[in-house]
Design a protein around this ligand. Sequence first.
Ligand SMILES: [Fe+2]
Ligand SMILES: [Fe+2]
Length: 164
Amino acid sequence: MISKTIQNAINEQINKELYSSYLYLSMAAHFEDKNLPGFAKWMYVQADEEREHGMKFFEHLVERGGKIELKPIAGPQTQWNTSLDVFKQVQEHEAAVTASIYALYELAVKEKDYPFQVVLQWFITEQVEEEKNAADIVQQIELIDAKGTAVLMLDHQLGKRGKE
Ligand SMILES: [Fe+2]
Ligand SMILES: [Fe+2]
């Protein structure tokens, strides 16, 4: 049986992942509004992935005989000034999620919850990828910022993102 402490922590993390999904969906809406369908596509895929992350925690808690407690999802930001601002926020958000995954891992070690440590190892690897993806795009936008036309090229490239 899973400890109450780990159960509560997993329920919190489910909420964080679903909030991430909501945030990226809001960013997708922003890019639709700006007529940048490639950027929007990238965000839709990202939003789907975050829901899957939430489900990984959800399924683990169910498997362990724990109780799911879904909490309200906060409303995400809806407006940004520039595409660079959006992706800088993605980068910051992912860094914060990484910190929460590390905190969960420390808790799992402290509670001697070995199966949960295995689940978290997948997330630790995933966060390296997530942070790199965001950093790469921030860097690309910074490179093209002076020339507006290159935005359309990046939009085309991001639009090719498929399910990983
Ligand atoms: Fe996530
Ligand atoms: Fe993420």
